[in-house]
Design a protein around this ligand. Structure first.
Ligand code: GLP
Length: 241
């Protein structure tokens, strides 16, 4: 793993933006894996700016998001589809048909999981996957204890995860109890992975990722088995003043 230490959230986002721009402009049909949450928000703003300055086009890009809450549809302001539409997709020239977020409202969720895996396979896999880091080491919504062999699946969310995400809802009770997430195996099949870590509250998880053992009890540790991972972490996350 390659660790890039930067000053703050802004520098982390700028670095990530450059890496994505290079990927998008160097491949004829790039496939990006995207994440939601607070961590990549600024990155998406920067990508929109670059698009508005005409220094990048997304017309040839395909995207797959990591996860989605079960029960929240695209018009629900806390669904990840809504987040992506409003923070990125509607503000750039990517065709909607090439943006993929698991559908957490369909009748047959297991089928949706298989279908999502197939879609990723059919485009030849993900070229660059963006990841955030959960406080308990989750990536996507792969909670501690998830087998490393898991493909896209339905998860019961840890209470700690629902609590961490309650800030986007009126109360923790409103945070869905389940989600669909790309599995660890799905994530590991990406050719390149970019993990973004920002803020003091993430420092313990980052330390454990860097120094701890590779274990299903700490899902992000699996990234140490991947040949092309870059972590961009800001000073607060690294534990530097
Ligand atoms: C959420 C998402 C993850 C995200 C992580 C960190 O639960 N499912 O995809 O990376 O937790 O979120 P944040 O960036 O808001 O800290």
């Amino acid at each position: 793993m390659n660790l890039v230490k930067v000053k703050n959230h802004e520098e982390m986002s700028e670095n990530a933006c450059r890496i994505i721009m290079n990927k998008v402009s160097s491949l004829s049909s790039p496939v990006l894996g995207l994440a939601t949450g607070s961590t990549p928000e600024r990155l998406y703003e920067l990508l929109i700016k670059e698009y508005e300055r005409k220094s990048i086009t997304f017309s040839h890009v395909t995207t797959f998001n990591l996860d989605e809450y079960v029960g929240l549809g695209e018009t629900h302001s806390n669904s990840y589809r809504y987040f992506m539409d409003h923070h990125l997709f509607k503000k750039i020239d990517i065709p909607k048909s090439r943006t993929h977020v698991p559908n957490g409202t369909g009748g047959d969720l297991k089928r949706e999981c298989h279908y999502y895996e197939e879609l990723i396979e059919n485009v030849g896999g993900i070229d660059l996957q963006i990841l955030g880091l959960g406080l308990n080491g989750h990536i996507g919504f792969n909670e501690p204890g998830t087998p490393f062999s898991a493909k896209t699946h339905i998860v019961d969310l840890d209470f700690s995860t629902r609590k961490a995400n309650a800030r986007f809802f009126r109360s923790v009770k409103e945070v869905p109890t389940q989600a669909i997430t790309m599995g660890i195996e799905t994530i590991l099949r990406s050719k390149q992975i970019l993990l973004l870590v920002s803020g003091e509250q993430k420092s313990e998880a980052l330390q454990r990722l860097l120094d701890g053992e590779v274990s299903e009890e700490f899902p992000a540790s699996v990234l140490r088995n991947h040949p092309n991972v870059t972590i961009i972490a800001d000073a607060a996350a690294v534990g530097m003043p």
